[in-house]
Design a binder for this molecule. Sequence first.
Ligand SMILES: O=C(O)CCC(=O)C(=O)O
Length: 283
Amino acid sequence: MLNESQVAEFEKNGFLKGSVVLSEEEVERLRDELDDVLQGKTVKKPVLNHNLLGDDEDKPDSGSLYEGMKMTANEKVVQVVNIWMASDAFFQHAANKTICEEVAQLCNSDTLRIWHDQIQYKPPITGGPTAWHQDHPLWPIIQPADLVSAWVALDDAVIENGCMWMVPGSHKWGNHQKHLASDDNFMPYHRHPELLPEGADTKAVPFEIKKGQVGYHHSLTWHGSPHNRSEMKRRAIAVHYMPGHTRHEPTNNHVMLSYVTVNKGDIMQGEHFPVVYAPAGVR
Ligand SMILES: O=C(O)CCC(=O)C(=O)O
């Protein structure tokens, strides 16, 4: 459980470092499972397993998060979406008791469902950047924008290997996704700063997370992660949790849309959005 000052810190900044939630053995098990999924060895498959930056022939489209970013041809961010569908160990991880209790505290709900999860693996030397973004605007089939994600490092995530960076307080400024960009040093800038609330400070801070540790972020917090030019791998699993009241409100496409079985306006639920935390006796 988080204490009052941790909850207050999350409410103020939109992100928070939690404790080390995985033992060495648990990290090893998840790394092995990840290797199996990446090599296509599992019977069940995730929803996506690709290079987030596109292949050589498939450079980022106009309008994509990555448009205009400086990248070399062989850069990669290996993104796996919904590894929990391919690996029981990752499903158990999504239901981790400490993480779920703490996310439930942060989003003020007694019920949590998995919206989706994602691995972002930045390989040594060629690991590419993850553009500055806010999560909820990229999820245009659910409302409201009060989801919380739990990002657990499977390697120490430090500045050298491309840890995430966060802009404190940015979760309180609304949806600025279409105005966010990166400067040449991978710091965020806003194309129309006059749209920001008075006094908004867009300076980013590094969010280094130790192997096995969890970091939480709000679905409107500005965040991104630069290249990995180090010799270290940077593997991590993020689980994006929906509080019990999240509804299906489609306004655009999303990779999870084809898995939705509820009507517009209904609570987002179903076998692909499993409950991982609920009051005793309710499931
Ligand atoms: O792993 C990263 O560097 C980015 C992950 C991310 O954007 C997220 O978990 O919302």
